[in-house]
Design a protein around this ligand. Structure first.
Ligand SMILES: Nc1ncnc2c1ncn2[C@@H]1O[C@H](COP(=O)(O)OP(=O)(O)O)[C@@H](O)[C@H]1O
Ligand SMILES: [Mg+2]
Length: 325
């Protein structure tokens, strides 16, 4: 959140819409953040809030129905939307890489893990095949896969879900990127494996000094990993703050609700819907604050006009309760 640090990635007023059957549905409504070098930003929000499309916008990998209708994304000051395909290919994987939720779907089932890793390396580095293979083995070792030489010869189906995600992490780190975007990297895994993978990502991020955008629907997941947290709701930033402050003293009623539901998960076997109701459906006309229909503190103004982001001691909060009277 600081201005002084070197910003690797900057998202400025990003607006994105989907079109189908002649109808246009806004999905991101002006998202802004800065990612300083070596820091981790957690982007948290319920399913459908726009987390994945935001990540795909960064890599310019959006589906054809999506359109960036405003704003810009800067990588080290360069506007990614203005780059040629060639320049983008140089950045993807090499400078900015991504891990997705479903590791099995991201790996090619007909190629061995070794072939996929060496291909990734050789696409960007002028080294021999033999050297690339050595690097691939080293990478597998680094992500905690035993007997890497042997496992390089195996196919993705021979790896468990957690092991597949380790391979994906190795793949994402193969070219020592500047920025790692991890989109729900542990959601498809068992709880104990989740914790191991989270720790692995955190350790590797610290060791390499890369920056990361860590996307999750589960606020608890970013507690130990993020420096800053951005809470997304219906394509809108609700709160953006240093993680420690956000967890200690959430200012937005939505963040407060998310934290309360975490507490209830620890106490009860199933998730209690502390925040009643559901987010607006895409394309639904939103008057006022998108969270107002579910907000325990909403008053008339909240239902009429969407609040701007208010600055509160270096934090940003979209809530009329925080307007200076
Ligand atoms: N391929 C698509 N076609 C049309 N709309 C889409 C598509 N992908 C995503 N959307 C819309 O964008 C919104 C945000 O999606 P997404 O970024 O996947 O959410 P999240 O990752 O937070 O669950 C969804 O609510 C949906 O309306
Ligand atoms: Mg998603």
């Amino acid at each position: 959140m600081t201005d002084s640090a070197e910003n690797v990635l900057e998202v400025r007023n990003l607006q994105l819409e989907f079109s189908s059957d002649g109808k246009t549905v806004p999905v991101l409504r002006g998202l802004s953040y800065t990612l300083p070098k070596g820091k981790v930003l957690g982007v948290v929000g319920e399913s459908g809030s726009g987390k994945t499309v935001h990540a795909l916008s960064i890599l310019q990998l959006l589906p054809p129905a999506a359109r960036i209708s405003g704003g810009e994304i800067l990588y080290r000051g360069k506007n990614l939307a203005a780059l040629s395909r060639r320049e983008l290919r140089q950045i993807r994987g090499n400078k900015i890489s991504m891990i997705f939720q479903d590791p099995a779907a991201s790996l090619n089932p007909v190629l061995t893990v070794g072939e996929q890793l060496t291909e990734t390396i050789l696409a960007h580095r002028k080294i021999s095949k033999k050297e690339a293979r050595l690097q691939a083995a080293r990478l597998l070792q680094k992500v905690g896969i035993a007997e890497p030489e042997k496992r390089l010869l195996e196919y993705p189906f021979q790896f468990s879900g957690g092991m597949c995600q380790r391979v994906m992490i190795a793949m994402a780190l193969a070219l020592s990127p500047d920025v790692l975007i991890a989109d729900e990297p542990t959601t498809a895994l068992d709880v104990t494996i989740q914790a191991q993978i989270l720790k692995l990502i955190k350790d590797l991020q610290k060791e390499s000094g890369m920056s990361a955008v860590f996307i999750t629907h589960n606020l608890a997941v970013v507690a130990g990993i993020a420096d800053d947290v951005l809470v997304l709701y219906a394509g809108e930033c609700m709160e953006y703050a240093p993680a420690a402050e956000l967890f200690k003293n959430p200012l937005h009623p939505y963040t407060q609700g998310l934290l309360k539901s975490l507490a209830s998960v620890h106490n009860k076997a199933d998730i209690l819907p502390v925040i009643k109701g559901h987010p607006p459906v895409p394309g639904e006309k939103i008057m006022g604050c998108p969270f107002a229909p579910r907000c325990p503190h909403a008053f008339e103004k909240c239902r009429q006009t969407c609040p701007p982001l208010f600055n509160k001691n270096g934090r940003q909060v979209r809530c009329w309760q925080l307007e200076d009277k």
